[in-house]
Design a protein around this ligand. Structure first.
Ligand code: ZN
Length: 211
């Protein structure tokens, strides 16, 4: 057997080597290790020295749990709960801008209305929403996502939460300014009025009714 460094007493991540515990059939040293969590495992020496194995598996399990927790948070908002409407606002925004199959895509993504990279992550959008006064318990139509400049996309510096009145006046001024907008706005309004657009119950805070 080739020279085998004695790893006894050495620490690799959460593992401390207790002692040699035989070899693999190819002659690689196997070391018995105790993990910080108390569990003992046998690990190939080269997996310890190259950093592949740093725990009994508990570290990976913890990371996975954290990832799942985050997924569930998003999933939770998407299904129900306090921020379900906000999730739908985000989801519909992505749909109009990024999904060519959306019936209103031509008015958004198709016109170059995009979403800032930051907001591709729902958690970033949610953080921004809460920090800028989004009220999850606001009555219908009193807290809707609005783009300040209709020709610009969705980003923190071009979006705000407004009530429907402000949004309607913003729409009117948009209409009078350019002819091109007139057409887009009218069909947009029609789309917004259709119950099939967006998500029925949650259309109250649903930017499909805004510009
Ligand atoms: Zn462990």
């Amino acid at each position: 057997m080739a020279r085998t460094k004695n790893l006894t007493g050495m620490k690799f991540g959460r593992l401390t080597v207790i002692g040699r515990n035989g070899s693999t059939k190819y002659g690689a040293a196997i070391w018995r290790c105790r993990c910080e969590c108390g569990k003992e495992v046998d690990v190939r020496g080269y997996h310890l020295t190259d950093g592949t194995t740093q725990s009994c598996g508990c570290f990976n399990r913890e990371v996975l749990k954290a990832i799942n927790r985050q997924k569930n948070t998003i999933h939770g908002d998407s299904m129900s709960g306090k921020y379900h409407r906000l999730y739908m606002v985000w989801s519909n925004m992505k749909d109009r801008c990024l999904n060519p199959n959306s019936p209103i895509y031509p008015l958004y993504g198709g016109r170059g209305i995009d979403i800032c990279a930051e907001w591709n992550d729902y958690q970033n959008f949610k953080r921004w929403a809460i920090s800028t006064g989004y009220d999850p318990s606001a009555p219908r139509g009193s807290c809707t996502l609005d783009r300040i400049d209709c020709d610009k996309g969705y980003s923190p510096d071009n979006c705000r939460w407004v009530n429907m009145k402000i949004q309607a006046s913003n729409r009117r001024s948009g209409r009078s300014s350019t002819g091109q907008w007139t057409k887009a706005q009218q069909s947009d309004d029609k789309k917004g009025a259709a119950p099939s657009d967006g998500n029925t119950e949650d259309s109250k805070i649903n930017e499909t009714r805004s510009v």
